[in-house]
Design a protein around this ligand. Structure first.
Ligand code: BGC
Length: 754
């Protein structure tokens, strides 16, 4: 029954009557005091959009049609707290249509419910506002990490946020703060890579760009940092696999990016679907209540991942019914449950409180966090945007930033001098990734898996199209795809055409996929794609290999057959153009690997491994032989480092020292260089990592230009997690390595004394 006076909801009256002191918390408390238990439980529900539409959840749709019964039940009767994502998977709305969807939902939530609480709509903006038809789609996070350009990352997040808000979508399930520990993991592309420092810095920049100065600003979106915790470390490298992570390692590697995110003001966190040490993260009170909400002091919303209450029953098998699974997650600290298909958990939550299985305080705490997020986003006053206020969606300005991000992400792994290519020669472009926007964009591109070509934009260029556009001269650019992802389509035709070419650009890549569909059983680049390179190499013509892939697929056998190798990751809609511009030298590449590129499946270690992982004191075999080290990335110019100096050789107590290093462009082209600073603790009570990244800085230099860059180092940089799982610094000696080329740094020793 509606309890409304003069068409004003209870919330509107409460808001009106509050004093300005701690206004927000007062308002929230006043609302909570008025809510029924069922209304509170409904706030904790996050439904999928199809659950308020006609038909079955996974139906393919060509339009948005509301199911009046479900719409009334979920939105108007329950006043559901949240809705997520889009329909499956063949229909896509532009920002005007999204506005219409949000208007329908929010008008009903505010006007046709007892409490008048707006829905918070969440969406996977994985590399741009990718579910909004007219948005830009950036390089995936792994490429953004390769830019080592934190300002640029913030800029991409800001644009994503703007374009999301242009569609009235205020809450993004991003950034991904996972440490990609296993190179096999299918979601590496969505992460910032293997290094906790890079992941932390990039996560912070993304949050700054996305959340802006204030969430009430109509162009800011609230982030949902994911996936807490250890998702990228599945022991078998598969999606949602159990990870084995001892406490010390958890604290040293996996927690820091989340701690940084919370310190940066992240408003929500998504819990990971996997288990760690056999305990599903959704049932892990220690991880959520004690560490996230306790130690990190997180006051935002903790959201479950997709259908993960069911997952506790059906996959993890830690409980045999969904009702108790719901209680388990809420008691573990979950505030909102992504329960896409229906509202069954609302009844479970109500029963949990009435039976005493879940406390009323826990529910009030969860609802308080949810309402806080809604207030910060100003959803009560402005539940959807006016699309006319967002003229810059998909604009030339946004596309330019996208292009810049793509160019800075491209990482030149090998070059025997063949690149850049001259314009006007005969070039054959071939390979699975050579003529596909889908492969450049990967998953989460207009559709979940990004595999439907109908959403490709004819104004964008594939690698072949972009090379052809630059390589002037009729008939100078030849094309023959040759292979599919796994199969030979017509490599014989490629070899025939290659005979006419001066250069061969072979574009290899991965199938657009994420989550379970991205699981693989071997890391090698699929043999059909390798065979193409092997066949072409017999012609003795220069081969440029372009890799369009999230993971570091093993290329040991074909690497020596290529004169140059360009790693493109998943560079997004401007990727084709950016790749062509690097190939022809319009752009000087400056990306750096955000992970260690393995050469052998039996040797897949991150760079920060232990000394004993690779070496015994008696025999030096089984050493560390990556194909390319973390931080590797070549330029068309050369840089020289000199004068690596410190203002003191000892850090005392809580003190700090200032380091300086000179960087000079010694080549003939303007270029960007990133200096990375690593530290090695020489003796520690826990076997130290061989090195650990603690700073990076990217600068641009003209030929002969020299700059001095400086880093301030303090005791925090010397710390590690000891056997008692505490961050400590132990007195003794440390070596610092400062380098552009990770294999050729400048070194210095310092001491720490307490
Ligand atoms: C993924 C999340 C995503 C969520 C909502 C899950 O299956 O693991 O990353 O945010 O779905 O689409």
């Amino acid at each position: 029954m509606k309890v409304k006076l003069f068409n004003i909801s209870i919330v509107s009256m409460l808001l009106f009557s509050c004093t300005p002191v701690s206004v927000e918390e007062d308002k929230i408390n006043a609302i909570i005091a008025e809510m029924t238990l069922e209304e509170k439980a409904a706030q904790m529900l996050n439904l999928g959009l199809p659950s308020v539409l006609t038909g079955e959840y996974w139906d393919l749709r060509t339009s948005i049609e509301y199911d009046s019964v479900r719409f009334t039940e979920y939105i108007e009767k329950l006043n559901v707290g949240s809705i997520h994502n889009t329909v499956h998977p063949h229909y896509l709305s532009d920002n005007e249509e999204w506005h219409g969807i949000l208007k329908t939902i929010q008008d009903a939530s505010l006007n046709n419910t007892r409490m008048g609480i707006p829905v918070i709509y969440g969406i996977d903006n994985i590399h741009g506002a990718n579910y909004v038809k007219n948005s830009v789609m950036f390089p995936h996070q792994i490429g953004l990490a390769a830019t080592r350009n934190t300002e640029l990352v913030a800029e991409t997040a800001k644009i994503t946020s703007y374009e999301s808000r242009a569609a009235s979508l205020p809450w993004t399930y991003n950034p991904n703060a996972d440490i990609s520990f296993s190179p096999l993991w299918g979601r590496i592309a969505e992460s910032f890579g293997e290094d906790p420092y890079v992941v932390s810095q990039m996560t912070e920049s993304y949050i700054d760009g996305s959340q802006g100065e204030s969430l009430a600003d109509e162009t800011s979106t609230a982030v949902c940092v994911k996936h807490y915790l250890g998702y990228g470390a599945g022991a078998n490298g598969k999606d949602r696999a159990n990870a084995v992570i001892p406490e010390g390692m958890l604290r040293q590697l996996f927690i820091p990016p989340f701690a940084k995110a919370i310190a940066s003001g992240a408003m929500s966190v998504m819990v990971s679907s996997n288990s760690v040490n056999g305990i599903p993260c959704h049932a892990n009170s220690y991880y959520i209540n004690d560490i996230l909400k306790g130690e990190m002091g997180f006051e935002g919303v903790v959201l479950s991942d997709f259908s993960d209450v069911e997952f506790l029953v059906e996959a993890h098998e830690v409980v045999d019914n969904k009702k108790e699974a719901t209680w388990m997650t809420i008691n573990a600290g979950l505030d909102m449950i992504m329960n896409p298909y229906d509202a069954d958990i609302v009844d479970f939550i109500v029963e949990g409180v009435t039976s005493g299985a879940v406390s009323q305080e826990r529910i009030d705490d969860a609802v308080r966090r949810i309402l806080r997020l809604k207030f910060r986003l100003n959803l009560f006053d402005k539940p959807y945007s006016d699309p006319n206020d967002f003229p810059k969606i998909g604009s030339a300005e946004h596309i330019e930033t996208n292009y810049k991000a793509a160019t800075e992400s491209l990482t030149l792994l090998k070059n025997d001098g063949i690149l850049p290519l001259p314009v006007g020669k005969k070039i054959l472009v071939t390979g699975y990734a050579s003529n596909s926007l889908n492969v450049l964009n990967g998953a989460w591109s207009r559709t979940f898996l990004g595999q439907l070509p109908d959403f490709n934009d004819s104004s964008k260029q594939t690698i072949f199209e972009a090379i052809k556009a630059t390589n002037k001269g009729v008939g100078n650019t030849l094309f023959e795809q040759g292979t599919d992802y796994l199969t030979d389509v017509n490599t014989a035709a490629v070899v025939r055409k290659a005979k006419q070419a001066d250069y061969i650009v072979v574009c290899v890549g991965e199938l657009p996929a994420t989550e379970k569909p991205s699981d693989i059983n071997e890391l090698d680049l699929p043999s059909a794609q390798q065979d193409l390179i092997k066949k072409l190499s017999k012609l003795g013509k220069p081969i440029i290999m372009v890799m369009v892939q999230g993971r570091p697929r093993i290329i040991r056998d074909v690497e020596p057959l290529s004169n140059a190798i360009l790693m493109a990751y998943l560079p997004g809609q401007e990727g084709g153009r950016a790749i062509a511009d690097v190939i022809f030298g319009k752009v000087n590449p400056s990306g750096k690997l955000p992970y260690t590129y393995p050469k052998f499946t039996g040797n897949m270690l991150p760079y920060y491994h232990k000394k004993t992982d690779i070496r015994s004191i008696y025999w030096d075999y089984n050493g560390f032989y990556p194909q390319y080290p973390f931080g590797h990335g070549l330029s068309y110019t050369t840089f020289a480092l000199s004068n690596f100096v410190a203002d003191a050789d000892t850090i005392m107590g809580d003190g700090s020292i200032e380091l300086k290093i000179n960087v000079k462009n010694t080549g003939k082209r303007k270029g960007k260089a990133t200096v990375e600073l690593f530290i090695r603790d020489l003796i520690a009570s826990v076997a130290p990592d061989v090195k650990k990244l603690i700073r990076f800085q990217k600068i641009e230099l003209s030929p002969n230009e020299e700059k001095t860059i400086s880093f301030t180092l303090n005791t925090e940089d010397l710390k590690f997690v000891n056997a008692k799982n505490e961050w400590v610094v132990e007195p003794g000696a440390f070596t610092l390595f400062a380098g552009i080329d990770p294999d050729n740094p400048m070194e210095m020793n310092i001491e720490y004394k307490n």
